[in-house]
Design a protein around this ligand. Structure first.
Ligand SMILES: Nc1ncnc2c1ncn2[C@@H]1O[C@H](COP(=O)(O)OP(=O)(O)OP(=O)(O)O)[C@@H](O)[C@H]1O
Ligand SMILES: [Mg+2]
Length: 222
């Protein structure tokens, strides 16, 4: 699903944020990406999203070198990837329903079909009964679950999350991770950047560990 071949990323001057990364993530895998602040976790995810391009090497997703995608193909490519951010990035003046519907509206999905999918996604994260609420009326954990519903409403084959439990207490964090596991169980490939070692070690999935932009460990689930 994802192949990194000798990938390096240099921002601006002489500083390598990522260096010589080689690994692959197979379809249907669930992988944690960990490492200290500044290790390069977000940079790695941004390369997969094609928000950045590698300075060296190649990033292949589903067999395609994504640096070679034509600009006109990039929106289509990104649509196949669900992304969850730490600060969920919900629109504060829009209802929960509309926040989740947004990716479908952008694609012009027919109204009734969109409603069906939004409700299925909200149901999956346990928030169907809050569809009319505004984000501010929800707890941090609930807001994060809305972010996840929005990320999966397009039924992406790949789900990326950057510190999705960053602001949550341990119980809510565990709940959020369990949701990702649910999506993985039905075949979605999942890559989650997290520095919460206590939590992700307990979950027993493969772990890629970065240090100063280099891959220093690739540990299979114990
Ligand atoms: N757009 C940018 N321009 C210049 N340098 C950048 C840019 N983005 C990231 N960096 C640098 O690249 C390195 C890796 O950053 P990155 O955000 O990938 O780390 P991270 O592992 O996600 O850290 P954190 O745990 O704090 O989120 C850091 O030293 C950072 O300062
Ligand atoms: Mg980061």
């Amino acid at each position: 699903m994802i192949v990194f071949e000798h990938v390096g990323k240099r921002y601006g001057g002489r500083f390598d944020a990522l260096a010589n990364l080689d690994f692959r993530v197979d379809r249907g895998e669930m992988v944690f990406l960990t490492g200290h602040s500044g290790a390069g976790k977000s940079s790695l995810l941004r390369l997969i999203m094609r928000l950045e391009r590698p300075t060296r090497g190649r990033v292949l997703v589903a067999g395609h070198d994504i640096a070679r995608l034509h600009a006109s193909q990039v929106p289509f490519y990104r649509r196949q990837i669900g992304v969850v951010f730490q600060d969920h990035q919900l629109l504060l003046d829009r209802s929960i329903y509309h926040n989740v519907a947004l990716p479908l509206e952008i694609r012009g999905v027919e109204h009734r079909e969109a409603a069906r999918r939004v409700r299925a996604a909200l149901d999956k994260v346990g928030l169907l009964h809050r569809e009319k609420a505004l984000p501010i009326e929800l707890s941090g954990g609930e807001q994060q679950r809305v972010g996840i519903a929005r990320a999966v409403v397009n039924k992406p084959s790949l789900l990326l999350a950057d510190e999705p439990t960053g602001n949550l207490d341990p119980q809510l964090s565990a709940d959020i991770m369990a949701l990702f596991e649910d999506f993985n169980r039905i075949g979605t490939t999942v890559v989650i950047a997290s520095h919460d070692l206590a939590l992700i070690t307990r979950l027993r999935h493969r772990m890629l560990r970065l240090r100063d932009g280099r891959l220093v460990a690739d540990e299979e689930a114990a």
